[in-house]
Design a protein around this ligand. Sequence first.
Ligand code: HEM
Length: 182
Amino acid sequence: MKGIVFREFIEMVETQFSLETADAIINDSNLTTGGAYTSVGTYPTQEIVDLVSNLSLRSGTPVPDLLRHFGRHLFHRFAAVHPEFITNHASVFALLCKLDDQIHIDVQKLYNDAELPSFEHEQLSMNSMLFIYHSRRAMPDLAHGLIEGCIAYFGQTMQIERVDLPSDKDGAHTRFTLTVEG
Ligand code: HEM
């Protein structure tokens, strides 16, 4: 997992929980880096899993809720740090259509050895889109939060229906159906 994700997570814990909580979960987790990550470095995905699990133990908030919350936060941070990937898309559906074959491809060029998920999408109607997440990292809660962050970023209102499909040798698969409300 790229260091940018770790840095944003630790910064979120520092500002939204406390500096002490951030230090404590770093100490609780068995990290190769002692908690010092560079944005372009690559670190074991297990370390983010450990940090989130230890935040869950200390805060009493379940891991899936924390990952979803982090996903919402992360989308806004991506928009601040990498507006070039986001501002040329006019809406949630327009961005999600380009995530797999454009945005994450460009991300891969910038952050070489990034391990990105893959997505399928299908526009079901003017107001509704199917979006399926596939990943060996199995982080559908993070994907869910990123989608919610994307909806908030564009100021749209949407209903998200989520179905976690059976995992297999290719990892986790989750189907999101997004429907514009109002
Ligand atoms: C709603 C839109 C998006 C969704 C649903 C999404 C989903 C995800 C998920 C779930 C991961 C974690 C890895 C995995 O599950 O395999 C990830 C990784 C990542 N995404 Fe996206 N993403 C979105 C938009 C973006 C944008 C706009 C950027 C541009 C800055 C971006 C950059 C990255 C980076 C740098 C990683 C880390 C890769 C690594 O650690 O190896 N994503 N994305």
